[in-house]
Write a protein that binds this ligand. Structure first.
Ligand SMILES: Cc1ncc(COP(=O)(O)O)c(C=O)c1O
Length: 374
C-alpha cells in the first residue's frame, strides 16, 4: 500500500454514521441451493418461472451487447396500465424508484414518515439522505400487527412530513388500509403540503389499487414491481406512476439507463402474458389459503397477509418445527420486529409445493400418520 501521508476522505456524514448498516449479502453465506427458497418473497410458481425462462431464452443474444431500447417498453406499459407515457418512470426495481424519489425530493432535515416495520430500504434511505424519521409504528395485538389510519393521520397532521411512504399491502406485515382510509390519508398529506407514495409491490396478489387516483391527486406516487407477481426479481424492473411534474423530477435523477436491456426485452414480451401472471397469482393465493387452513388445524396462529407471504406463530413448537424444516426450506424464523414478535414468515407457494412443508411441520409436532398424509 502506498502511503500518501493523508488518509482518503471520509464518506458523507450520514454514510460514515456507524448506525447506518446494510446486510453485506455479497460477503455472507449463499442461500443453500438445495433449499426451497421461501425467505425473500419472490415468486415461487413453477409454471410462471418456466414461462419467464422461455421468454428469456428467446431474447436475441445482441440484447446483451447494446444499451436498452426503452421507448417501446414505456409505450407498451402505458397501454397496459391505461396511463399516459409521461406518467411513468421505470427503475431498477421499485427500490430504484424509492431511491430516486428521495434523491429528487428529500433535503437533509426533511421529515419522512414511514411505517415500522416496513420494507427495509425506506429507513436506509431516510438515514442516507439525512432526513428526519416520523415513525408510524405497528402495535402487536391478538389479531396480529395493527397500524390504525387514525394514528397515521395524526402523525401527518402533527409532523407535516414532506414525504409519506405507505406500502399497501405493507411489508413485512401484510396488512392493508381500506380504500376510504387511504383516501383520507392521501388527502391529509396533500393538505399538509406533502407527497405520498403508495407502494403496491404486491399488486395483484392484493387487487385493490389507487393507481387510477394518480390523475386525481398531483401529490400521489404509486409504485409497482415485476419482482413479485411477474417472477422477475432477478431482472429488477419497477416503476413509479404519478403526475408528469413528479415523474419529470424522478426522471432527472435516473441513471443514464434506468433498466438493463435484458430486463427491458423480457418485460416487453411478458406484458403479452398478463393472463399467465394472473393465473400464477391465483395458484399462489390458493397455496396461501391451504397453508393457513393447515396451520389453523394445528392451532398455530396466522392472520390475513395480503402479499405473497404468510406469517405463522409456531409458539412453543417453534424449535421443533424449525429443526424439522431446516433441511427443506429457507424462511424467516421468529421475527423480533414490532408487532410481529414470534411470527415466522414464508413466501407463498402452490398447494403442491406447500404439501411437503406442511407434512414436515405436522410430523414435527407429532400429528398422527393419517393427519400427516392429508
Ligand atoms: C413493500 C416493498 N416495496 C418494495 C420492494 C422492493 O422490490 P423491488 O425488487 O422491486 O426493488 C419490496 C421487496 O420486498 C417490498 O416488500
Amino acid at each position: 500500500m502506498i502511503n500518501f501521508k493523508k488518509s482518503p476522505p471520509l464518506p458523507r456524514a450520514p454514510i460514515a454514521d456507524p448506525t447506518l448498516t446494510r446486510p453485506a449479502r455479497y460477503l455472507g453465506a449463499e442461500r443453500h441451493p438445495s433449499l426451497f427458497k421461501l425467505d425473500w418473497n419472490e415468486n415461487a410458481d413453477p409454471d410462471l418461472i418456466r414461462l419467464v425462462g422461455d421468454v428469456l431464452q428467446a431474447i436475441p443474444p445482441e440484447a446483451a451487447s447494446v444499451y436498452p431500447n426503452l421507448p417501446p417498453l414505456y409505450q407498451k406499459l402505458a397501454g397496459h396500465l391505461g396511463v399516459d407515457r409521461d406518467r411513468i418512470a421505470l427503475a431498477a426495481g421499485s427500490e430504484g424508484a424509492i431511491r430516486q424519489i428521495f434523491e429528487a425530493f428529500v433535503d437533509p432535515g426533511d421529515v419522512v414518515a414511514i411505517s415500522q416495520p416496513s420494507f427495509g430500504m425506506y429507513e436506509v434511505y431516510v438515514h442516507m439522505f439525512g432526513a428526519t424519521l416520523a415513525p408510524l409504528p405497528y402495535e402487536k395485538t391478538v389479531a396480529g400487527p395493527v397500524l390504525s389510519a387514525g394514528k397515521v393521520i395524526a402523525t401527518i397532521q402533527k409532523q407535516r412530513p414532506k414525504l409519506v411512504f405507505l406500502p399497501n399491502p405493507d411489508s413485512p406485515t401484510g396488512t392493508v388500509f381500506n380504500e376510504e382510509d387511504l383516501r383520507t390519508i392521501i388527502e391529509v398529506t396533500g393538505e399538509s403540503g406533502g407527497l405520498i407514495t403508495i407502494d403496491e409491490a404486491y399488486f395483484p396478489f392484493y387487487e385493490e389499487t389507487v393507481l387510477p387516483w394518480t390523475t386525481e391527486y398531483e401529490h400521489l406516487i404509486v409504485l409497482r414491481t415485476t419482482s413479485k407477481a411477474w417472477a422477475m426479481a432477478g431482472l429488477r424492473i419497477g416503476y413509479a406512476v404519478s403526475a408528469p411534474t413528479i415523474i419529470e423530477a424522478i426522471q432527472k435523477v435516473r441513471p443514464m439507463f434506468e433498466v438493463n436491456s435484458i430486463a427491458v426485452e423480457v418485460f416487453l414480451r411478458m406484458l403479452d402474458h398478463y393472463e399467465d401472471v394472473l393465473a400464477a397469482v391465483q395458484r399462489l393465493n390458493a397455496g396461501k389459503e391451504y397453508f393457513c387452513a393447515e396451520m389453523g388445524r394445528l392451532n398455530f396462529m396466522t392472520f390475513p397477509c395480503a402479499g405473497n407471504f404468510q406469517h405463522v406463530a409456531f409458539g412453543e413448537s417453534a424449535e421443533k418445527v424449525h429443526a424439522a424444516l431446516a433441511s427443506i426450506v429457507s424462511y424467516r424464523t421468529d421475527s423480533d420486529m414490532p408487532g410481529l414478535e414470534g411470527f415466522s414468515r414464508f413466501s407463498t407457494t402452490t398447494v403442491e409445493q406447500f404439501k411437503p412443508i406442511v407434512a414436515a411441520i405436522k410430523q414435527a409436532v407429532g400429528s398422527s400418520a393419517e393427519e400427516v398424509a392429508k
